[in-house]
Every structure is written in C-alpha cells, then in structure tokens.
Design a binder for this molecule. Structure first.
Ligand SMILES: Nc1ncnc2c1ncn2[C@@H]1O[C@H](COP(=O)(O)OP(=O)(O)OP(=O)(O)O)[C@@H](O)[C@H]1O
Length: 234
C-alpha cells in the first residue's frame, strides 16, 4: 500500500517563557509511516507525548526538527514547514481530526454542524444533510435533536455529533483523538465500524485510543511513544 503519512525524525520541546525559559522535552526523533488503509495507534503512558504528536501532524504544534510528510495527490507536502494558509487547506481536504469534544456553534443545528465539512468539500447541502442524518441515526442520536443546536445536548450526545462530523467527509489522513472515550458499548461498536469503512476507502489513520477492546479491533500497529522520549534518546 502507498505511504500516506511519514514522520521523519520529528522532535518537540516546549519552552515555558513564564517560568524562566524552562525547556520541557517531549519527543525526540519520532519516526514512523502510515500506509493507505492502515490504522496506527499511539501507545504509552500519560504524558508520553501522544497528543503532541497528533497536534504536530494537524499543524497545531510546531515541530522543532524533522518533517511531517503527507501525500496530497501526486505531491508530498511537509506539514512541519507549511504556512498557516496551507495548513488550513490541508485541513479542509486532506487531514481530518476527530476529537472527543464538540466545539458548538450558536444557532447551528446538529445536522448542519455534521454536514459542514462535506459541504465545504463541494457537496450539495442536500447531500450533506442526507449523509449527516444517516450518521446521526447510526450513532443513535435521537431524531428529535437533529434540527436543534447541540449546545444543550448531553456530553455523550455532543460527542456523537462530533464523531459524525469527523467521519462524514473523506480525508486521506484521519487523526483519531480518543473518539470512543465515554461512549457506551453500542456506540463504540459503531465507531469501530466507521473506522473499518475508512480503512476500506484507503484512509491512513493515526489514533489515540485508551479503550483496549477498541484498540484491539482497529489497530493494525501500535507504536510505543516512549521509544521516542528524550530520556530514551539520551
Ligand atoms: N502546550 C503545552 N505547553 C507545555 N507543555 C505541554 C503542552 N502540551 C503538552 N505539554 C507537555 O508535553 C508532555 C506530553 O504531553 P501530551 O499531552 O502530548 O502527552 P500524552 O501522551 O498525550 O498524555 P495523555 O495520555 O495524558 O493525554 C507533557 O509533559 C505535557 O505536560
């Protein structure tokens, strides 16, 4: 299978400017690739740097060193050196991010929140809404809620709206940040199925998943992030 994502010797530290410039090493020389249709799960204890790696791939955190290469059609783009406007473009059509928290938008209905990424990629509003409703139904969000803004939804309902939003569009690279945290078994199984469908479409995924059963079901490979700790490198 074709390599979709390649992290080449990526290192990251945080400099605490308000604490006299203390430097906190996070990860050193992270090196792995993800093929099309593969799901790689980042493992390791709390604080090992899993979220930081995901945020660097999404362009939220800058790397100190290294390259994050993403295949975009016939081109290869280095996220680590990309301009902010290029990062925004990558986020609309190449790299998706499914987190467990929904950022609610006032007065926008759940189905429109879910449909938005698909419409942004060029689908019609009708197609966007149809697919949004389909996903909301699969994730057991009650139909009476679909036309309401999710601000007043329960935590679990908001999480499922967010998952629907994260899975609705096609991105060649998809980042999963604890997408099943605090879901019940039935909805965890739906997420497992959604991930399998993305694999079948050739999507390359990198995930953080603490749930052992879900991890077992969807991880093709587990990468222990402690291998890249600065202490291990020293
Ligand atoms: N914005 C930040 N500023 C300063 N330090 C940070 C920042 N983000 C993360 N860190 C530090 O980097 C280290 C790695 O954090 P990170 O969140 O990547 O770990 P993690 O493996 O995802 O942990 P968890 O499983 O608890 O979410 C931690 O020591 C954390 O305190």
């Amino acid at each position: 299978m074709a390599v979709r994502l390649y992290l080449n010797s990526v290192s990251k530290t945080f400099t605490m400017h308000l604490q006299g410039g203390t430097v906190i090493p996070v990860v050193d020389k992270v090196e792995f690739s993800v093929d099309a249709g593969e799901c790689v799960v980042l493992g390791g204890p709390s604080g090992a740097g899993k979220s930081s790696i995901l945020k660097m791939i999404y362009g939220n955190y800058r790397c100190d060193q290294g390259q994050i290469l993403v295949t975009v059609g016939d081109d290869i783009v280095n996220v680590a050196g990309a301009e902010p406007r290029d990062i925004l473009k990558l986020r609309s059509d190449t790299i998706g991010y499914v987190s467990q928290f929904l950022r609610t938008i006032p007065r926008v209905s759940a189905e429109d929140v879910v449909a938005e990424p698909l419409i942004a990629q060029g689908s019609s509003e009708e197609e966007g809404r149809d697919k949004a409703r389909n996903l909301l139904a699969r994730l057991n969000v009650p139909e009476r809620l679909w036309t309401l803004p999710p601000a007043t939804f329960s935590g679990g309902e908001q999480q499922r709206v967010n998952i629907a939003r994260g899975f609705i569009a096609y991105y060649p690279v998809l980042l999963l940040d604890e997408p099943t945290a605090s879901l019940d078994a039935a909805n965890r199984a739906v997420v497992v199925r959604l991930v399998e469908e993305k694999k079948a479409q050739g999507v390359a995924m990198v995930g953080i998943l603490h749930d052992q059963d879900v991890r077992q079901e969807i991880a093709d490979r587990i990468i222990d992030v402690t291998t890249f700790s600065s202490e291990a490198a020293a």
